[in-house]
Ligand binder design. Structure first.
Ligand SMILES: *Cc1c(COP(=O)(O)O)cnc(C)c1O
Length: 357
């Protein structure tokens, strides 16, 4: 049975991306060798890296002056690499969830951190407003999509200091004004590729301003100077990212993607709001179009396991909410088909007919 994969990450990839990756695993470019067996210094793999970087820049419309890197270590390593490379005295952070908190914790090892806004008071169910970015900060860090809580920042902020964004779970979900950002980073495993590779978009002119010595592997400059090949890159994950970018481009790019994502999210949020048994956990104006979190109303809470098994029997996977929110989370990344959302909406309606008091 075809599965509807709502997993938050690693998550759904387009079928043709998986098929093309499988082909390259068995026989890369008709070479008789697997992509897993060839040198990253060979021309065949170099062509993959070059195309991945070129498509990344094209699809996101990245202006001149920026580099695109494919690194190891996950978004979690970027929590430290960003302050290592940028934090001289002070940085400003927006605290919008667990990932933002982890980024803040790392930054504190390198200097002063000013948390200028937080939604911790209401379990990160909204994006804080009314904050001001201190002009003396070395940079301002945001998490654009809060994967666990289902809240999202849709605006490319004007910032008087370099803007740094963790976009692990919403990169490529909508058109972006990259020129507003100094660094954008994320793990590939939410909306781009498999686990094992991290993308970093970095504006070159912000580097080289801190006094400390930076270990070679943690220095962005190292990876820029070596085209992401200072050490052996995650070759297979980079290949899959390239395939996803080909697929994105073929479908029409980010405007088309955003339209499809908005439509999927609307379908599901409308049902959550209509259905007498469920309630959304994120405040309406902060609702993410990538991770949709909802719970049972208190009188139906005991049906949680039953709903998961009910949807499981219909081929739906990955719907269990994160433990810090509970309930359910439907991740509706680019590669999730509209029909999967429709299947979930129908299951919610059927469940309501069976169980609503
Ligand atoms: C998943 C996630 C991370 C962690 O990514 P790793 O690649 O596992 O380190 C960080 N930030 C956000 C917003 C995420 O969704």
């Amino acid at each position: 049975m075809k599965k509807h994969n709502f997993s938050a990450g690693p998550s759904v990839l387009a079928r043709e991306v998986i098929e093309n990756t499988a082909k390259a695993v068995l026989d890369f470019n008709g070479s008789g060798l697997s992509i897993m067996e060839v040198s990253h210094r060979g021309k065949d793999f170099q062509a993959v890296m070059d195309e991945a970087v070129a498509l990344f820049k094209e699809v996101l419309n990245i202006p001149e002056g920026y580099q695109v890197l494919f690194l190891g270590g996950g978004a979690s390593l970027q929590f430290a690499m960003v302050p290592y490379n940028l934090l001289g005295k002070k940085a400003a952070y927006l605290e919008t969830g667990v990932w933002a908190k982890k980024a803040i914790k790392e930054a504190k090892q390198f200097g002063e951190v000013e948390v200028i806004g937080s939604s911790a008071d209401k379990n990160f169910s909204y994006i804080p407003k009314g904050w001001t970015i201190p002009a003396d900060a070395d940079y301002f860090h945001i998490t654009t999509n809060n994967t666990i809580y289902g809240t999202e920042i849709f605006e490319d902020f004007d910032s008087p200091v370099p803007l740094v964004a963790d976009m692990s779970s919403d990169i490529f979900s909508r058109p972006l004004d990259v020129s507003k950002y100094a660094i954008i980073y994320g793990g590939a495993q939410k909306n781009l590729g498999p686990a094992g590779v991290t993308f970093v978009i970095v504006r070159e002119d912000i580097l080289g301003k801190v006094d400390r010595t930076i270990p070679t592997m943690l220095n962005y400059k190292t990876h820029i100077d070596n085209g992401s090949m200072f050490n052996t890159p995650p070759c297979l994950p980079v290949y899959t990212c390239m395939e996803t970018l080909r697929w994105l481009k073929k479908l029409g790019g980010l405007e088309v993607m955003q339209k499809m994502n908005l439509e999927k999210a609307q379908l599901l949020y409308d049902e959550i709001d209509r259905n007498s048994m469920f309630v959304g956990t994120a405040e309406k104006e902060s609702r993410s179009i990538m991770n949709i979190c909802f719970v049972f109303k208190p009188e139906y809470e005991e049906l949680q396991a039953e709903f998961l098994s009910f949807t499981g029997k219909k081929g739906m996977s990955g719907l269990k909410g994160h433990r810090s929110v509970g309930g359910f989370r439907a991740s509706t990344y680019n590669a999730l088909a509209r029909e999967s959302v429709v299947a979930l909406v129908e299951a919610m309606q059927e469940f309501e007919k069976m169980h609503a008091k």
